[in-house]
Design a binder for this molecule. Structure first.
Ligand code: 6FA
Ligand code: ABL
Length: 768
């Protein structure tokens, strides 16, 4: 049992970590003082005779799921020079011993203590060992006597293994190092019962245990702990929102920890994943715009979040590392009161200006200033010209979104993906007051009522039980995205009761929940929207479908590859889109909805009875945008996978009518553009039938917003400061707080929103 790392040194610095309390063992009616460790579900309990009796003994228990091959506890809290109790099940019995060690090697039998088994249970799901330990409170060591601190606060340690001991029949069996360990706080001064009660239990009796204090099941108060470092701000997630927040908080001099569950993406940030043709360069799949379509074609797509059942990036940059990078400066409507924003948000211009200064848009991303593979833009412009659309530079006039088209604009710099990773992340990571931890997943926030004390992660090297604390006035900012932020909230006891109850039933996540009395009921997951989108596939003899992007990874056209490697110019400097357009539309409900189009070479799928030339295919995706009234709900299932519960597209039939009308209007002039042929849908399918039978998942645009909407108390999740209602110091700055679908593909709006959001967090008094 090598309790390595921190167990020998317990520098009792004041930070927060999981704290135990009183509970009743229902089977035995004994009230123990202890802790149910949430990661593995093992309970460690103790009860002592009256302090003044000074009897040098206690009654203890370990209750473990059957998966626990052995479990141990050090009531003193260290591995060295300490009484260590260890047990495991074998053949329906409990095998146990008291151990001791002076080095980080296998602990061996400890002389002095006397163990008596009081109750042992081994069944299909659990094992339980209730014992009396005499001569166990004080023991002698090489440097004098040591005692469990039975009159004050202690920090017991636990150890757990999923690997069995070498000889389970032998109480002194050797075993490998524990697979996990941690600590919890326990106020031993409260862990005493009357002499009569204690004597009953110490002799195998049961019953009589009554709660004398409300149970504390979670983490909570500021107490002594081990090595975890406290931070002023903990930012969870490095997507479009998180990186802006991390940069601005660290710029303001705060001590910031940024936690990201994924690994590196761009070459400049440590990424290395590249096709053979890029070997010898520092360019990765994520850097090269022309590799965008291969995000959907790769045999090992490690960048997707595996526990979110729509596309979401779990990698440095989040969605901005893997997206099409279409980038629009937000129009005023994106932050208007009419679209659900608090009045204090309406003037977004200063924040968009800050964003532009860091990340200017480009509609000619190739480093030589030329545009490449533009046939699709020409063909689509010819169609739109028949319908009185104006040709503009879209980001020059963000508010003009009716009957306009222009070249696709991107968040690329120097012919490479930039987004927030090549900009905000680069300045943030250089600051000594910012710490970045990748491959670290936040499971829940640790809280005492409305006060957040820290976050619990999957990395136990960062703090006891993976808990990383906040400084006394510290704050957490969640930026884990529209699906993962809600999941963190559910796992923290924040959200609708049905979602928290799913967490409660999960063996790993359930025990980390705060008591039900502290659950905070908020509409997390409601009010979700995403653009419904429909693909229209065409052919035109001028179009080069670029082999539908199928060759760009393994066999790129040699001259294009060479040109890109030379100076990041050419076709590979663009993602697939070439042209975008917008128009406004009235609906029979009197509301205005906007329609967006994106045109690109190639197609995700073709369904047609026409013969067609595959090398000439192109797609116009039509999206219904700002103004949609449909809303859905997202949440988690029993596996804690985040998913749509109510799909958000076309819950209002008027949305569908308007999109159908927009498609029909667009197609009216196809016959007027020589050579342009609509192949999907083909002439055997009406537009109404095509839209009505469209697979619902295919309507997904990956633009999820609204699951933690900003707005008024009672109907929203965060207030105008982006603070979660019912909490003192928990904030959200990501797509989830946006109440209404933005006008364009959203990462520009999300980053501008984050500029304004983090400014508000810094301005809100009471913080660090
Ligand atoms: N938006 C655009 O503006 N233009 C586009 O062209 C565009 N294309 C796409 C696209 O092609 C795809 C396939 C997808 C999925 C999205 C696209 N979007 C596009 C949408 C845009 O990327 C997203 O709207 C935007 O990135 C959302 O920004 P957020 O800040 O709200 O969230 P992210 O998902 O970007 O980042 C969340 C981060 O948190 C990730 O890094 C994730 O790994 C991390 N995370 C999640 N759970 C965590 C946890 N428990 N602990 C620690 N980290 C966690
Ligand atoms: C976006 O904003 C969308 O979220 C993406 O779906 C879209 O990319 C990009 N921008 C670029 O317009 C499409 C790909 O072009 C398709 O090949 C792919 O099938 C689709 O995403 C998947 O959703």
């Amino acid at each position: 049992m090598l309790l390595r790392v921190a167990l020998s040194v317990l520098p009792l610095i004041g930070t927060a970590f999981a704290q135990g309390g009183q509970y009743i063992d229902d089977e035995l009616g004994i009230s123990f003082f202890g802790y149910k460790e949430p990661a593995h579900g093992v309970t460690y309990g103790f009860v002592f005779p009256p302090l003044e009796d000074n009897t040098d003994e206690f009654v203890g228990e370990i209750i473990a799921p059957i998966e626990a091959k052995w479990a141990g506890v050090s009531p003193f809290g260290s591995m060295l020079h300490s009484l260590l109790l260890v047990a495991w099940p074998n053949d329906n019995r409990i095998v146990r011993s008291v151990r001791y060690t002076t080095t980080y090697a296998q602990p061996t039998a400890m002389s002095g203590p006397v163990l008596t088994d009081l109750h042992t249970i081994v069944n299909a799901t659990h094992w339980k060992w209730v014992y009396r330990c005499q001569n166990c409170v004080t023991w002698s060591t090489e440097s004098g006597p040591k005692s469990i601190p039975i009159s004050e606060f202690g920090v017991p340690a636990w150890a757990y293994s999923s690997v069995g001991v070498n000889d389970p029949t032998d109480p002194q069996s050797t075993f490998n190092e524990h697979t996990d360990f941690g600590f919890f706080g326990l106020d031993y001064s409260l862990a005493h019962v009357s002499a009569a009660q204690y004597v009953l239990w110490a002799n195998g009796g049961t019953g009589g245990g009554t709660p004398t204090q409300p149970p504390t099941t979670t983490a909570p108060t500021a107490t002594p702990t081990v090595s975890a470092i406290p931070y002023d701000y903990i930012v969870v997630g490095t997507g479009a929102g998180g990186l802006v927040v991390a940069d601005r908080l660290s710029e303001a001099g705060k001590k910031v920890l940024v936690l990201e569950r994924g690994g590196p993406s761009l070459g400049s940030a440590g990424g290395t994943y590249q096709p053979a043709w890029l070997q010898g360069t520092s360019l990765t799949k994520f850097d090269v715009p022309g590799l965008f379509e291969t995000m959907f074609q790769d045999s090992n797509p490690f960048w997707w979040c595996k526990d979110v059942n729509v596309f979401a990036g779990c990698i440095l940059g989040g969605g901005t590392a893997i997206n099409g990078a279409l980038y629009w400066y937000p129009p005023d409507s994106d932050f208007s009161v009419a679209n659900g924003w608090p009045k204090s948000w309406a003037n977004h211009h200063p924040y968009t200006a800050k964003l532009k200064a860091r990340l200017p848009a480009t509609d000619h991303p190739s480093t030589d200033g030329k545009r490449y593979l533009m046939q699709v833009a020409d063909v689509t412009a010819a169609l739109l010209n028949k319908q009185n659309y104006a040709n503009i530079t879209i980001n020059d006039v963000p508010d003009w979104k009716d009957h306009v088209y222009g070249y696709s604009a991107f968040s690329f710099i120097d012919g490479k993906r930039a987004g927030p990773i090549a900009t905000y992340y680069q300045t943030a990571i250089k600051r000594p007051n910012l710490t970045y931890k990748q491959y670290t997943t936040v499971l829940n926030v640790v809280r005492d009522g409305g006060k957040i004390l820290g976050v619990r992660t999957n990395d136990t090297s960062l703090g006891p039980d993976g808990v990383i604390p906040l400084t006394p006035k510290g704050r957490v900012v969640l930026a884990a995205g529209a699906y993962s932020t809600p999941r963190i909230l559910f796992r923290s006891g924040i959200g609708p009761t049905d979602m928290i109850n799913i967490v409660k039933n999960d063996p790993a996540a359930g025990p980390a929940l705060p008591p039900e009395s502290q659950w905070i009921n908020l509409p997390v997951g409601d009010n979700v929207s995403d653009n419904p989108s429909i693909n229209l596939v065409f052919t035109h003899p001028s179009v080069d479908a670029y082999d539908n992007w199928a060759q760009v990874w393994t066999a790129p056209r040699p001259s294009d590859a060479a040109q890109y490697i030379k100076d990041q110019s050419g076709i590979f400097a663009h993602a697939s889109p070439r042209l975008n357009f917008w128009r406004a539309m009235g609906g029979r409900d009197g509301k205005t909805r906007w329609l967006q189009g994106t045109a690109r070479p190639g197609a995700a799928s073709v369904t047609t009875s026409y013969p067609y030339n595959v090398s000439n295919i192109m797609t116009i995706t039509t999206y219904l945008s700002t103004g949609i009234t449909s809303r859905g709900r997202i949440g988690i299932d029993a596996a804690l996978t985040a998913r749509p519960l109510v799909e958000p597209w076309f819950t209002d039939p008027v949305d569908k009518e308007v999109l159908i009308q927009g498609i029909k209007d667009l197609l009216v002039n196809v016959k007027d553009v020589p050579g342009l042929t609509l192949i999907t849908p083909d002439n055997t399918t009406t537009i109404d039938d095509y839209v009505n039978s469209y697979p619902t998942g295919g309507l997904n645009s990956n633009h999820w917003v609204g699951s933690c909407s900003i707005g008024a108390k009672g109907s929203a999740v965060v207030d105008e400061w982006t603070k979660v209602y019912g909490t003192d110091n928990l904030f959200i700055i990501d797509a989830s707080i946006i109440p209404t679908i933005p006008m364009g593909n959203p990462h520009g709006t999300i980053m501008a929103m984050a500029e304004q959001g983090v400014a508000k967090v810094l301005a809100l008094s009471g913080g660090p």
